[in-house]
Structure formats: C-alpha cells, structure tokens
Design a protein around this ligand. Structure first.
Ligand SMILES: [Zn+2]
Ligand SMILES: [Zn+2]
Length: 191
C-alpha cells in the first residue's frame, strides 16, 4: 500500500487553527451529567443503544474529546464516543454505527427489554449442559462483581452464546482472563 495522501499539497499555510476547545471545567460533574442526559443516542442498533444508555445512566460514558477516525471512510468523522462508523457511513451501509452490524433482529430484540434475566435463561436453553453451567457461573460472577446485569453484559453473553454454537468454539480463548475460574484476584480492579 502506498503512503501517499491526496491532500498533502496545501497552498496557503494555516495561520491559527482553532481545534476543538479542550475545557478543563468539564469536571463539573453535574453539568457533565446534564449534558450526557441530553445526548441523543441515534444511528445505533437497539442493543448498542441500550449499552450507551446504560453507560450514560451510570456515568460511565466518556464523550470523545476530538473526532475519531471512521472505520468506513477513514476520515475523522466519528463524533460520538464508542461509535466505529460515522453517521454517513452507517446510514449508507445500513448498519449500526457502533457494532457495525445490520440490525436484522431488531423486532425480536425490541420486544421486551425488562425481562433480561429470563431472556438470558432462554438464551442458554439451547446450550449443552456443561456449557450452560459455564455460562451461568460466568454470569453469576459478573453479577457479583458489578452488582447487576448490565445491557453490556447481556450483549456479551449473546455474543458468547452465538460463539458457542459454532463448531470450532474455543472456551478458553473466549473467556480468557475474564473468567479463569479458580482464583479470585481482588487487587486488580480498584476504582
Ligand atoms: Zn465514515
Ligand atoms: Zn449495534
């Protein structure tokens, strides 16, 4: 691949470039929270919207300080945190700007978001007994650590269950450090 860029010839130098202003006073958390609460999460699928809403609700949402590179058009056009694609690319490809998947299961997912636990159980129903138990242990552990089952965790579980359905599924690589099983290491996660 060449390293040449099309726009390297600039006729006039920029005098002063006012980039995105970095404000330190954004630490005012109540203001920040208000700002986040007013954010419109759009252009993402139901699953990702739940994740982002959850992040906002629990103040885990970190807004971008500068536009990020879009994986679709390679331009710094991504203005929303956690998004992979810019609005235009997502619209054009008809995919979610965050997970880049076409929201084909939208109707199914929309049905009821409140019965999360039941949902997980029904997801696990199709799994072989041993894997189901592994998953339940994993879920319980996450619930213990985080105090609840977040939409993020649910979507992770959905991913894992989908992985498990594949013939070349590798349990160890999937859970990795997250779920090494035996030892608890408490010192790792302090906030
Ligand atoms: Zn793009
Ligand atoms: Zn998505």
């Amino acid at each position: 691949m060449s390293t040449a860029r099309g726009n390297s010839n600039r006729n006039r130098p920029q005098k002063h470039q006012n980039r995105t202003v970095f404000k330190n006073d954004l630490h005012d958390s109540s203001h920040q929270t208000k700002l986040l609460n007013s954010l419109q999460i759009s252009g993402v699928c139901k699953r990702c919207k739940d994740i982002l809403d959850w992040k906002i609700k629990y103040k885990k949402y970190k807004p971008l300080t500068a536009p990020r590179k879009c994986v679709g058009c390679d331009q710094k056009t991504v203005k929303h945190a956690y998004h992979m694609l810019c609005r235009e690319c997502a619209k054009e490809k008809k995919v979610c700007a965050k997970c880049c998947k076409a929201p084909e299961n939208e109707e199914v997912a929309v049905e009821d978001s409140q019965t999360e636990t039941t949902d997980i159980k029904s997801m696990l129903k199709g799994l072989p007994e041993r894997r189901r138990r592994t998953m339940l242990r994993y879920i319980n552990k996450q619930e213990e650590e985080h105090g609840e089952i977040s939409p993020e965790l649910i979507s992770k579980i959905q991913d894992i269950v989908a992985q498990m359905a594949k013939p070349n599924f590798d349990e160890d690589s999937l859970f990795g450090d997250d779920f090494s099983g035996s030892d608890d290491n408490d010192e790792e996660d302090q906030h």
